[in-house]
Design a protein around this ligand. Structure first.
Ligand SMILES: *[C@@H]1O[C@H](CO)[C@@H](O)[C@H](O)[C@H]1NC(C)=O
Ligand SMILES: *[C@@H]1O[C@H](CO)[C@@H](O)[C@H](O)[C@H]1NC(C)=O
Ligand SMILES: *[C@@H]1O[C@H](CO)[C@@H](O)[C@H](O)[C@H]1NC(C)=O
Length: 482
């Protein structure tokens, strides 16, 4: 039994985690694709925002557009061509980037008529009142191996067919792209060693880069320093991930001598290096998703309001000055923050439901000015430091498979030092002598010993974290802050 596997627990290439896989279904908008005429002026480029809707009881589209404008969003990205949202954006001038669902790619790739019909049905009714900046064909398609055969090689042909359909209607301003997670790379550390995975480099990525270069579009990357940091907390300092590393935490890439002050730049430059390796080192970059969760399950490290506000505020401030990256100083990089709302119907660990700037009731989770012009905010709460324990999940007891629970207990007890001593006969936690009580003790004892090394409270879904102390009488459960 492997002790972990949350949506985001991705194999990490040393420092850089491949980010999101299928957990984020969001939207993004690209800021200012076209020339902005206030070069150098602050406020010219704020952050765009992803407007995902995997939630109950979200405000209406028109209220949502008010909220995202109130936060200073320069652009918005949406995860499908939602007609209500496109109507609500009409007349606002806010550029919108629209995703074409992965499932539509095969037919759009194989049929010009299908592409024309898609544009006619989904875009034509909204243009020009709504300002469409990008059409993003697929969401992290190359992270989903289940659709490799059906879809991967269709992405560029679908983009080409949609582009033709747009041009036939005179919609030349809309650029085509696709969003990719960091796991499109097989190497990302040091950044200069960045390279695309062998299974996609020649067949899929090369044609994509050729298309993006020829159409002066962007390579859209979903880049999450949060996941890279969470998976490598021993090696990466939190401050470096939050754009506030001290002078001593700079990183010099041994491959080219470039100096890094933050983790996001490292990730972006790994993509730049990978593109360069295929001969397209000049394709522009846009960050289609980034952000930091403001909450999570008990024990999900670093997912709190303090870190979320710090990351996002520093990001907004930094991007308003168009610093580019060490490999591309001064480059304009449109960025879409993830996300407008906490989305309560997202599966996975608790952090998945805590990426939003707003609660569904329209109040802000923390104050944030996406334009990056605001420099002072009220003090933040301290990082959440409630203790946590790992126990048998509710429903994981008698109802569940006792064989599986016993196997998980055996696994936990085999690891570490005296992990299960207290539940042996005569131990302080032997009573009650029942599988569910022993499982909770064993899961917790395992997790407290190994969590700093990446052990998770999961056990194939049999375990969950809690902030309620399961200790009883003389039987003491170790706690996460001990
Ligand atoms: C990228 O596009 C530019 C402008 O069209 C062109 O000059 C250049 O040759 C292209 N790069 C590659 C590698 O094809
Ligand atoms: C909105 O919801 C959040 C989270 O449930 C809550 O803390 C906050 O008080 C609510 N705000 C209002 C104005 O109801
Ligand atoms: C119970 O779990 C074991 C081990 O994980 C598995 O082989 C078995 O199929 C499960 N039985 C049921 C009824 O789910």
């Amino acid at each position: 039994m492997t002790p972990s596997s949350t949506c985001h627990a991705v194999a990490v290439l040393l420092l850089l985690a491949a980010a999101t896989l299928a957990c984020h279904f969001s939207v993004f908008v690209v800021a200012t694709d076209v020339e902005c005429h206030c070069h150098g002026a602050k406020g010219c480029r704020g952050l765009g925002i992803n407007y995902g809707t995997v939630a109950d009881d979200l405000p209406s589209a028109s209220r949502s557009v008010q909220l995202l404008r109130a936060a200073g969003a320069s652009a918005v990205k949406i995860y499908d061509a939602n007609a209500d949202i496109l109507r609500a954006l009409a007349g606002t001038g806010v550029p919108v980037s629209i995703m074409v669902p992965n499932s539509a790619i095969p037919s759009l790739a194989s049929s010009r008529a299908a592409a024309e019909a898609w544009v006619a049905a989904n875009l034509a009714p909204h243009i020009p009142a709504t300002r469409v900046a990008h059409l993003l064909v697929g969401n992290e398609v190359l992270s989903n191996r289940a659709i490799a055969a059906s879809t991967w090689r269709g992405v560029v042909p679908a983009m080409a067919n949609l582009r033709r359909a747009l041009r036939a209607r005179g919609l030349r301003g809309v650029k085509l792209g696709t969003t990719l997670a960091m796991d499109a790379l097989s190497a990302s550390y040091p950044p200069s060693a960045g390279a695309f995975r062998g299974d996609i480099a020649e067949d899929v990525v090369l044609p994509l880069l050729r298309f993006l270069n020829a159409t002066r579009s962007y390579y859209f990357v979903d880049a999450y320093p949060y996941f890279a940091w969470a998976g490598n907390r021993d090696a990466i300092s939190l401050d470096y991930a939050l754009f506030q590393g001290a002078a001593g935490s700079r990183y010099v890439d041994p491959g080219n001598g470039l100096t890094y002050t933050n983790l996001l730049d490292q990730m972006l430059d790994a993509v730049v290096a990978a593109m360069g390796r295929l001969g397209y080192g000049n394709v522009r970059l846009a960050v289609s998703e980034t952000g930091w969760p403001s909450g999570g399950d008990a024990g999900e490290a670093g997912a709190n309001v303090r870190n979320a506000a710090t990351y996002n505020r520093n990001l907004a401030l930094r991007m308003s000055n168009s610093p580019g990256t060490p490999a591309r100083p001064g480059a304009e990089v449109p960025v879409f923050l993830f996300s407008l709302y906490n989305e309560d119907r997202k599966p996975g660990p608790g952090s998945e439901r805590h990426w939003g700037l707003y609660y569904p009731n329209g109040s802000m989770v923390y104050e944030l000015d996406l334009t990056g012009r605001r420099s002072s905010y009220p003090p933040l709460p301290s990082a959440d430091s409630a203790p946590a324990w790992c126990v048998l999940a509710s429903g994981g007891g008698k109802a569940a498979n006792e064989t599986a629970v016993s196997a998980a207990v055996a696994y936990a007890c085999q690891h570490g030092s005296r992990t299960c001593a207290a539940i042996q006969p005569g131990g302080a936690c032997h009573e009650p002598d029942a599988l569910d009580a022993h499982a909770s003790y064993a899961f917790n004892a395992y997790w407290q010993q190994f969590r700093s090394a990446g052990g998770t409270c999961f056990f194939d879904g049999l375990a969950e974290t809690t902030t309620e102390d399961p200790s009883h009488g003389l039987c003491k459960f170790a706690r996460s802050l001990d």
